[in-house]
Design a protein. Structure first.
Length: 133
């Protein structure tokens, strides 16, 4: 089933860093679905980027692990993005490594993600996402 259009909006608001709008829209989505990983992650990231460390950590703790059919781990990707936004890139990479044991990262579209934007200047991350084999 396709996701309702408003569930796509939090992701669209991340690139231009419209944090107040992300907070508002994510809150609206969470009213209907309190376990929506995109909305929780977006809200936590917006809090982190707005300087609300406690809020970011509070929302990040609510992210429920979900393995997608494509093999990606959106919960770990959100946790990594939040850790990076809070200034801990080493922890962000550790979170990714826990989410993708053995370095098997099925997401080759990293360059289009907020996580990549937050981590692109971190050499260990660049090595981690480099295609192997």
């Amino acid at each position: 089933a396709a996701r309702p259009a408003r569930l796509e909006r939090p992701e669209a608001l991340l690139a231009p860093q419209q944090w107040a709008d992300v907070q508002s829209l994510a809150g609206s989505v969470l009213t209907d679905d309190s376990t929506n990983v995109t909305a929780i992650g977006g809200r936590a990231l917006a809090a982190a980027e707005s300087g609300d460390r406690a809020g970011a950590l509070r929302f990040a703790a609510k992210i429920v692990d979900v393995q997608s059919r494509s093999g990606t781990n959106p919960a770990q990707e959100w946790r990594a993005a939040i850790a990076s936004a809070l200034g801990d890139k080493a922890e962000a990479l550790a979170v990714l490594e826990r989410g993708y044991p053995g370095g098997a990262v099925p997401n080759y579209g990293w360059h289009d993600t907020i996580l990549y934007e937050l981590m692109r200047d971190y050499p260990p991350f660049q090595e981690y996402i480099r295609p192997k084999g």
